[in-house]
Design a protein around this ligand. Sequence first.
Ligand code: GDP
Length: 307
Amino acid sequence: MDIRNIAIIAHVDHGKTTLVNKLIESGIKDDHTVLQERVMDSDALEREKGITILAKNTSIIYKDTKINILDTPGHADFGGEVERIMHMVDGVLLLVDAFEGVMPQTRFVLKKALEKKVKPIVVVNKIDRDAANPQKALNEVYDLFIDLGASEEELDFPVLYGSALLGKMSKKPELTDEGVSVIFDQIIETIKAPEADATKPFKFQPSLIDYNSFVGRMGVGKIYQGSITVGTEVSCIREDDKVIKFRVQKIYQNEGVSKIEVETAYAGDIVSIAGLSDIQVGETLTAVGFEEKMPAIEVGEPTVEMA
Ligand code: GDP
């Protein structure tokens, strides 16, 4: 299946959670094979906990393409998480509130995205607000790109306008009757598929660590090449170049708001791999016999820009 890996970046409260939830609903409507009960599951959970459940990472199938959407912190990021997420994606949705315009975290996350050369799609959100000024917000975004040293080509980003709250999105700066699936079409058009050769030996690098009480620590990352199946023995090249072998215990992928177990995962996809209890960010996992260390993941200095 075709894959697109993107991150969603925004200042806090500009509408990431609302948009991702609308995208999931829209993806479920489009993919008739997805069971209704999953939606109800998450509703029940939401009621139970009284909070919005948003799996940090989401995956949506749209027109036979699997779109992995990674969430990023909307507030100060001291752990280099944004950089590590940029490592896994080829594009970002930059969400900007049409009333508030560009804010400090908008600048911080866009800077990281431009540094990693990932392709942006700008989404001017909340145009339904009374005092919204989409044009002004967009001008601020252009100024920000220029200020961050963007090239002519990088300034040529697509822009969508809409209201995540109302589930409407369009290329026009107005509320039309188009839904948020406009975003999916734009992602498929603008963002390239991950460069990853499924026929080569397995290679993977965790960019993040996930945890569940069942399997403990898991490495979350993109499969750079090859494929991986539960039960396979793989090598882990540690930071000090020591190689240890372990058996893959579980592989998880995102599906809508759920995490699902899969038997096999393929190059280009973003997965969580369990089986090594002390797995660390930046280590390299490879097929046995193909131990070749990947460059360390650079994690920039903690930012003080948010002060
Ligand atoms: P996040 O912090 O980026 O995840 O932002 P949320 O999705 O939690 O949204 C923050 C607030 O803005 C919530 O009260 C949302 O209901 C509201 N909001 C999100 N999108 C829209 C929109 O398109 N229009 C309006 N009027 N409000 C929105």
